[in-house]
Design a binder for this molecule. Structure first.
Ligand code: PEP
Ligand code: MG
Length: 894
């Protein structure tokens, strides 16, 4: 018989933490905590395989599931000493979802299941608190009615509001048992009216209804969206955990809370949690009441006036603190736990590896390693390379003048300015039009995910550090300020009011998610300096990494930034960017306009000193490291004048008529410039251009050599080669110039001449090309474009449709298409190295900074990746992880 159900509780468990694929994260960890002897209410988990079966078989269950569930239910009854449906001592259960990876708030949950007209009486008697029993019953009808039976949530809200206004009461807590009984009658009538059947009284029927609803919630819209955004496969499915209820809302000696074993924002080794006395779990997360701090230190840090759990329940707190230490030691990672205190007794309801900011992730990994819980390799493997981006987020310029109009909690770091929007849809709409938006909500819910994703920052007026907004924003790396209670939001009118000032949709505000401050208008930001933990972790990554990481930089400032981030040279300097600078463009245009070699040479002579000076600066900044300079690549018409004034200016400089300029402009225009007169084709037709560039490079190298007494490691790169002879000819031009400069300087200049491999033909003929080329650099932007026959400038408009319909998994211009483009890279590498075994090979397309592509490059055995300056740390970490995962194909020759 297949096993569909795994039990836990009473100090033992059938499952364990490593069974998360089968039991979901929640089920696996409940089992693990049970086995550790922690106080976990007993329960059982129905596996993700049942979810798969459910969807593959028209929403039905395997035949033997029923017996297994009933057996497991009996075991809970035995441990708890209560019976499901028993009128005197009823067992109540929660039914929760749990996928392999946490999808917070995305799927459905039902609490207090097992209550009906009879068991509610039993619960009242047993707890000695009639009000509590009927409050629980009405919560159950509300939740079950909505989640399982599909009744509208607001129907219940309306009934409750009506009762409260009839009674003249303003808060739920003031309603007494007899009031709740009346509310319940109306709730039940409403359910019957909406679904045409009475509210189910049979607890077994309730249980199967809830199980079906949780499995069904795997496919509700918000869960599907969340999976898409987080690349979670559709076929994983969810598990369902059924667990004996414990109550945090049975009185003043009860509580419920969530806590992190370390601070999830900073990573500091301090217990960080929030709790509420006399409340159920959802109350903390939903941000309905202002949560209190678990520790006295937390209370001080948050300037809270409400008592800490450490003060109010010292014994239970001590126990919780011990559980915290035990869990960290056991899991060797920071945990995010949920707990409930029922009549002075602590219960653990969940543990999982806590979500954290990138800064916290770094600190925690480094600290855990220093504490001896993990080794350096594990620390390196734990950091998501892409998350380092968060650390490079701008912060507010401390010198900037700012007027703080409101303060909330520093829920997710980074500063952001943008137009205010009040709904997720508006956020998405405005962002699609290119605006930076700040999503402002009273509190967020899982329905807002798409808007949070579209926003550059999130601001809420209610909710703590563990509210939905805070948790999700941290995960996404969006700056977030939560619980800024002084702001009044009127989402209907698309307006917020703060300190008497009205801020309407589209007005600009700035938030600082590192301090919790809110300002009106745009405040200047600065780039962050990186912490010591960052450097420590990068040094550990550097120890294992074999793949080198260079940068794509065309300006001294880019080169400096990249070097500060640890770039090991320049992998691509696009010289055309230097052509647009200041008054150079006039000389460049003059050069293009010339229709004789002499005319072009005259104009090029004006550009030479400027270009030489550019290289002098780059060589100095990159002292001791290789610098790859690519000769001119883009089609000439990109440099042409657009307006009449520009044409007149060129005409004057070149000594021709404006009409001649216009005619030449028209002549240079191409139908398909990307596939036209560009790359080395320019060098073939106008060798004097490459000659000037080569001269600028070598003269700069000679000058720097003389000045600092060190050789310059220059690599000259010929773009868009598809025919080996193109390279042969261009190489001859460069070598001739090198010899001339060497002769004039009186010493040899070390240099290499190589090529970009960015055409399928170049990959196929790599063996021939390698006879001339001393290095290859894969230009995967063009290689992707030419392999797919997909214009890199036009693909954005339809590529999302391809992603949505799963025709492609990821945009191939962002992450390398391993199957197609990747195979060409592999062929090019193999064929090139067959001819020239020591051929140096790198990649300089945008893919060089994408972690998955970096893994691929390591696997194929490239020597280096080159990426934009800010991606250098990301690429380095990804390269180290590739080595650690054993997918690095390099032999380590450096
Ligand atoms: C490439 O094609 O990948 C490349 C780096 O060159 P560019 O983006 O300048 O065409
Ligand atoms: Mg290219």
């Amino acid at each position: 018989m297949a096993k569909w159900v795994y039990r836990f509780g009473g100090g033992s468990a059938e499952g364990s933490a490593d069974m998360r694929n089968l039991l979901g994260g929640k089920g696996a960890n409940l089992a693990e905590m049970s086995a550790l002897g922690l106080p976990v209410p007993p329960g059982f988990t129905i596996t993700t395989e049942v979810c798969t079966y459910f969807y593959a078989n028209g929403k039905t269950y395997p035949a033997d599931l029923k017996v297994q569930v009933e057996d497991a239910l009996r075991q809970i009854e035995t441990i708890v000493g209560a019976q499901f449906g028993d009128a005197k001592k009823p067992l109540l259960v929660s039914v929760r979802s749990g996928a392999r990876v946490s999808m917070p708030g995305m799927m459905d949950t039902v609490l207090n299941l097992g209550l009906n007209d009879e068991t509610a009486k039993g619960l009242a008697k047993q707890s000695g608190d009639e009000r509590f029993a009927y409050d629980s019953y009405r919560r159950f009808i509300q939740m079950y009615g909505n989640v399982v039976l599909g009744a509208e949530h607001h129907s219940f809200e309306e009934i409750l509001e009506l009762h409260k206004s009839d009674l003249g009461l303003d808060t739920d807590t003031k309603l007494k048992a007899e009031h709740w009984k009346k509310v319940i009658e109306d709730y039940k009538a409403k359910v019957e009216e909406e679904i045409g059947k009475p509210f189910p009284q049979d607890p077994k029927e309730q249980l199967w209804g809830a199980i079906g609803a949780v499995f069904g919630s795997w496919n509700i819209q918000r869960a599907v969206t969340y999976r898409k955004l987080n690349h979670i496969p559709e076929d994983w499915g969810t598990a369902v955990s059924v667990q004996a209820m414990v109550f945090g809302n049975m009185g003043e000696d009860c509580a419920t809370g969530v806590a992190f074993t370390r601070n999830p924002s900073t990573g500091a080794k301090e217990f960080y949690g929030e709790y509420l006395v006399n409340a159920q779990g959802e109350d903390v997360v939903a941000g309905i009441r202002t949560p209190q701090q678990v520790t006295i230190a937390g209370k001080k840090a948050n300037n809270s006036t409400l008592p800490a759990m450490e003060e109010v329940m010292p014994t239970v707190f001590k126990q919780l603190d011990q559980v915290r230490a035990q869990l960290e030691k056991h899991y060797c990672d920071m945990q995010d736990v949920e707990f409930t205190v029922q009549q002075g007794k602590l219960y653990m309801l969940q543990t999982r590896n806590g979500k954290r900011t990138a800064a916290a992730a770094l600190k925690i990994a480094v600290d855990l390693c220093n504490e001896g819980l993990i080794d350096e390799a594990t620390a390196v493997a734990r950091i998501d390379p892409a998350s380092l981006d968060q650390l490079l987020h701008p912060t507010l310029d401390p010198k900037a003048k700012k007027e703080v109009v409101a303060r909330g909690l520093p829920a997710s770091p980074g500063a952001a300015s943008g137009q205010v929007v009040f709904t997720a849809d508006d956020a998405e709409d405005r962002a699609a039009k290119g605006a930076d938006v700040i999503l402002v909500r009273v509190e967020t819910s899982p329905e807002d995910i798409h808007g949070m994703h579209a926003a550059v920052g999130i601001l809420t007026t209610r909710g703590g550090m563990t509210s939905h907004a805070a948790v999700v924003a941290r995960g996404m790396g969006r700056p977030c300020v939560s619980g800024a209670g002084d702001i009044r939001v009127d989402a209907g009118k698309k307006l917020m009011v703060v300190r008497g000032q009205r801020v309407a949709e589209g007005d600009i505000i700035t938030i600082d998610g590192g301090t919790g401050e809110v300002m009106i208008g745009q405040i200047p930001t600065i780039q962050p300096s990186l912490s010591g933990d960052f450097a420590t972790l990068m040094s550990w990554a550097d120890k294992v990494r074999k793949l080198k990481v260079r940068t794509n930089a065309d300006t001294p400032s880019d080169a400096r930034t990249a070097r500060d981030f640890g770039a090991e040279g320049i992998g691509l300097c696009r010289t055309e960017h230097m052509f647009f600078d200041g008054d150079r463009i006039v000389a460049v245009r003059e050069m293009i306009m010339a229709d004789t070699v002499e005319g072009r040479k005259k104009a090029l002579a004006k550009i030479l000193p400027m270009q030489r000076q550019d290289f002098v600066e780059l060589f100095k900044i990159m002292r001791g490291l290789p610098v790859t300079i690519r000769l001119l690549d883009p089609p000439l018409h990109e440099f042409l004048p657009h307006s009449r004034e520009e044409m007149a200016e060129i005409a004057k400089a070149a000594g021709v008529t404006p009409d001649a300029v216009a005619a030449r402009t028209a002549q240079l225009r191409e139908t398909n410039p990307m596939l036209g007169h560009r790359g080395c084709r320019l060098g073939i037709t106008y060798p004097e251009i490459y000659e000037m560039q080569a001269r600028a490079i070598f003269e700069a190298a000679a000058a720097v050599h003389k000045e600092i007494g060190e050789t310059v490691d220059a690599e000259i790169m010929i773009p868009l080669v598809g025919i080996p002879k193109e390279l042969t000819l261009m190489k001859a031009v460069v070598e001739r110039v090198a010899a001339e400069v060497e002769k004039a300087a009186g010493f040899k200049l070390p240099y290499m001449i190589g090529t970009m491999i960015e055409l399928p033909r170049a990959c196929l003929l790599a063996g021939e090309i390698a006879k001339e080329a001393e290095f290859f650099s894969f230009g995967t932007n063009d290689l992707t474009q030419t392999t797919y026959g997909l214009s890199r400038d036009d693909a954005a408009s339809f590529i999302t449709a391809y992603e949505r319909q799963s025709i492609i998994k990821k945009d191939p211009f962002i992450s390398i298409d391993v199957e197609g483009v990747g195979e060409l890279v592999q062929i090019g590498t193999e064929r090139g190295r067959k001819v020239r075994p020591k051929l140096k090979i790198g990649i300089c397309g945008e893919h060089g900074g994408d972690p998955a592509s970096v893994h691929f490059c390591a696997k194929v055995g490239l020597d280096y990746v080159s990426c934009s300056p800010y991606r250098v740390p990301i690429a380095k970490l990804a390269a180290a992880q590739a080595t650690l995962s054993g997918s690095d194909g390099r032999k380590g020759e450096g």
